[in-house]
Design a protein around this ligand. Structure first.
Ligand code: NAD
Length: 485
């Protein structure tokens, strides 16, 4: 799928090992940097969903009996193909999502790391055993695949987030159906093409495009055993409740509101670098983006000054131009929503130190960085997920006050403390009710071999994405007890 500004690419379906590009119910994919239509994506019908699930189920019945050492072989080839095509994938990703080419390359790298961990499945899915649990009786446990697993993914990590799911699911012996975000279908389509080219059996990876109708049909299909979802909190709740009511295993990762606490003893220059990257990297469209700055005591003036200086120098422009520090946000509607939050911040009495609306230009969906001071915990911009380049500063006097503020937030995805005092860092990490904690980090994103441990309204389920949790999520345990006469 060659993609240039002048080619309208088509992102088709992959069902039972065959690509299909039906010329009906086409939806535009727009380059957020130019506003141009760069592709069209057909939405699946309910009949497409049904035959895709049935084909995946039939493929699973053979795949589960393929030895795990053989099941991971296509993933080794897939990793090679991803490496070979990483620059092309990053360009496609940047074009359809708007993140800078450096951010896109970093995402592709993180995606590849998921495959590198999933190929360890022969060790990862081993069970346990104990002899003589009673006189002459031995017991062992095994892990078996579930069947057809489904993944529904968001717009902001179109390469990496699907790979939190399918390399693990497939290596564990399942068949996987991916329904990526309709806003960014090209990167996941290309990745599925590469996986197919790596020699995966037909039907083990399926790709369908669509919106709510397609999702609902997948959630309700009797042959679907497990659902992995990543997206906003209201939809995560819906997916969790609906899947659970249908008797399916489910993990649903939701939205976030992440706080960055700066202690008076923090290294201001290094912390400012990290906070810039956290708040404004990928235009703030990361579930791990820092969106509330919480300076403690005397930290406020120096950290705000250091951030403002950097915001003035931040180049907002074409994301594929390596000199751009920030690209556009994903859609026109999303930019309007973020601008609505900025207007609300002003109306509720927060003080904009810099205003991203100054950088709205051309036909692309550009928006510069905004920093609000004098934000109070009850203001809308302090409470709701904005998912854009807006940083709200809530000043506090003590570490205790900071901890209470963060613990009162209904989300619990990530938080970071900036300090040069080990005791403050330890106390923060221990007492904070958030699942992923950074100490002097920009983005504390767990590596592929650790789980992605959001808490509270940022996660619904028991087993998290990637790491050993993914192995447990995509397998069922069986305990066998034997006695021989
Ligand atoms: P979204 O919730 O709008 O969409 C996510 C997926 O759900 C898409 O595939 C979409 O087609 C589907 N969907 C949308 N509305 C639906 C409905 N009514 N019924 C069924 N399916 C529906 O999210 P988005 O805007 O694509 O992504 C941004 C959100 O994702 C942010 O809230 C962000 O915090 C969150 N996110 C969370 C994590 C995490 O790990 N917790 C990671 C990345 C993104």
């Amino acid at each position: 799928m060659a993609l240039t500004e002048t080619t309208i690419a088509s992102a088709g379906f992959l069902i039972d090992g065959k690509w299909e590009s039906p010329n009906r119910d086409l939806h535009n994919v727009v380059n957020p940097a130019s506003g141009e239509v760069i592709a069209q994506v057909p939405y699946a019908t309910l009949q497409d969903v049904d035959r895709a699930v049935k084909a995946a189920h039939n493929a699973f019945l053979e795949w589960r009996d393929v030895p795990v050492v053989d099941r991971v072989q296509p993933l080794y080839k897939f990793k090679d193909l991803l490496e070979k095509h990483s620059a092309e994938l990053a360009t496609t990703l940047s074009r359809e999502n708007g993140k800078t080419i450096d951010d896109a390359k970093a995402e592709v790298r993180r995606a590849i790391q998921m495959v590198e961990v999933a190929v360890g499945m022969p060790s990862l899915m081993m069970g346990e055993s104990l002899e003589n649990v009673a006189k002459g009786i031995d017991s062992h446990s095994i892990r078996q695949p579930l069947g057809v697993c489904v993944g529904i993914t968001p717009f902001n990590f179109p390469c990496m987030v699907p790979m939190w799911m399918y390399p693990f699911a497939i290596a564990a012996g399942n068949a996987f159906i991916l329904k990526p975000s309709e806003k960014v279908p090209l990167t996941p389509t290309r990745a599925c093409e590469l996986l197919s080219d790596a020699g995966l059996e037909p039907g083990i990876i399926t790709l369908l495009h669509g919106g709510r109708e397609v999702v609902d049909a997948l959630l309700k299909h009797p042959l679907v055993r497990a659902v992995s979802f990543v997206g906003s909190t209201p939809i995560a709740k819906y997916i969790y409740a609906t899947s659970a009511a249908e008797g399916k295993r489910v993990q649903a990762l939701g939205g976030a509101k992440n706080h960055m606490v700066v202690m008076p003893d923090a290294n201001i220059e290094k912390s400012a670098e990290a906070i810039m990257s956290s708040a404004f990297g990928a235009a703030g469209e990361r579930c791990l983006a820092g969106s509330v700055l919480v300076p403690v005591g005397k930290a406020a003036e120096p950290i705000l000054a250091a951030l403002l200086e950097r915001c003035k120098k931040l180049k907002v422009g074409d994301p594929v131009d390596a000199s751009s520090g920030m690209g556009p946000v994903v859609t026109k509607e999303h930019r309007e929503k973020i601008v609505g939050y900025i207007e609300k911040g002003v109306a509720e009495g927060a003080k904009p130190l810099c205003d991203g609306r100054d950088k709205m230009k051309g036909d692309g969906f550009f928006l510069g960085p905004t920093i609000f001071d004098n934000v109070k915990p009850n203001m809308t911009i302090a409470k709701e997920e904005i998912f854009g380049p807006v940083l709200s500063c809530i000043r506090v006097d003590t570490l205790d006050e900071a901890i209470n503020l963060v613990n009162n937030c209904p989300f619990g995805n990530t938080t970071t403390i900036y300090t040069s005092d080990g005791r403050s860092a330890r106390e923060y990490a221990t007492r904070i009710e958030v699942g992923m904690v950074g100490v002097n980090m920009a983005v504390a994103a767990p590596m592929a071999f650790f789980p992605f441990t959001g808490w509270k309204q940022s996660f619904f389920g028991d087993l998290h994405a990637h790491g050993k949790d993914a192995v447990h999520f995509y397998t069922e345990q069986k305990v066998i007890m034997s006695r021989w006469f």
